[in-house]
Design a binder for this molecule. Sequence first.
Ligand SMILES: [Zn+2]
Length: 239
Amino acid sequence: MKTKLLYHENSFTYECSAKVVAVEGDEIALDATVFFPGGGGQMADRGTISWNDYQIQATVLAMNKRDDVVWHTLSCTPPAVGTEVVGTIDWDFRYKMMRTHTALHILCGTIWKEYGVQVTGGQMYPDRARMDFAMENLSKERIAEIEEKINQAVQADYPIRVYKLPREKAFEIPDLIRTKINLLPPEIEEVRIVEIVGLDLQADGGTHVAHTKEVGGIKITKTENKGKINKRLEIMLID
Ligand SMILES: [Zn+2]
């Protein structure tokens, strides 16, 4: 059993029909889904699953990806195995996540390019995101400089490409090695790459916009010391 991950193929697909392939309690597994289950700092999608010609509509309360199967926890009694359903994500929420996720990659790529500093962690929320860096000197001037540079990258409107590479090929790319690609489980034979052309390259399972201009403006709203050299930056999108 394997769910076709439509969000990996085209992050702009917000609805799809699918068939129920398994039911466990209030969870259902589908043969295909547009719902991003969460991971890599990106929050799980919200939305509905409908059946019987939209006569029954359940809210997706939670998501779980176990092995190759995406499970959707429903707000009502699930339909039987074999039922044709329509899954629809909350597009406003998802698109915001896509913009935020791309904004974090812009930040990550810029900080690496300008200061040679590595990211140590990150998390996205509906209205903001944070990223941790191993950076010793984070003065007011430097924060202003970072903010200016990431907004320049937005305005440069770099295209974002998503593709898969065989594991061996991915392991030859220095930009990917620095992002701890070596921590990928050995059974993963293909690595999904998200590339902001000219700025950033990462092994990534999340959803992104197609051009950096879609991000809008980025504001650095907060900085925090997290340990001796770890710094945390919080960002917000401006429309
Ligand atoms: Zn990412």
